[in-house]
Design a protein around this ligand. Sequence first.
Ligand SMILES: [Zn+2]
Length: 219
Amino acid sequence: MPVTMCRLTEKGRAILIIFGWRVVFFTLTRGIFHCPDCGGDRDYRRRQGRNFFTLFFIPVIPLTKAGGEFVECDTCHGRWNPGILEIPTTAQLARMPAMLLRMAIAQVLRSGDYTHVGARARAVTVVRQAGDTSYDEGALNADLGRPFDEVRAEMGRASSALAPEARESILRAAAEIALIDGPLSVSEEETLSAVGSDLGLTHVQVTGVVSLARQSSGH
Ligand SMILES: [Zn+2]
């Protein structure tokens, strides 16, 4: 609220001074998020307010921070807690099946014979078909070399955003690749169970998916 003060100068002229306080918002970062109000991917600004002492309506002296950081949609100007940025955007969701597929396949491949030419070729083809069109042998080798724990944590985070059918089909693809060089080894079976659980599938779902893959491979 502006405050008006009238004071007399030495020469006896009256000077009107208007001062007050105002919140000024600063943009900290920008990006794209999924806006719940717009229902789609939108540009956002991550912002923070600061109280300012104003003189003639102009902010001149920064004071304390006003409230916490928030995310503002550029389109609808809705404001959200920064936690909203954890929700995947539509574009990220579209890339997710291919990304999860890569991780599932890499884990299963390395529990068996990861040098098998047929299995490797199939892995590259399947990931490309899922939308990651630049995937190649080099990228596969990089995936095979990633730390196990890191991959598992990432899969757990990403898979919760996918429908159960999509998660089952990812496991199915990984199981089919493991079956290319013959029947599943104990280590391959264990890895498929672990991948299934990282994908948020139940034991019954995992067993069902793996037996379907077995039937179609003839092993
Ligand atoms: Zn919006």
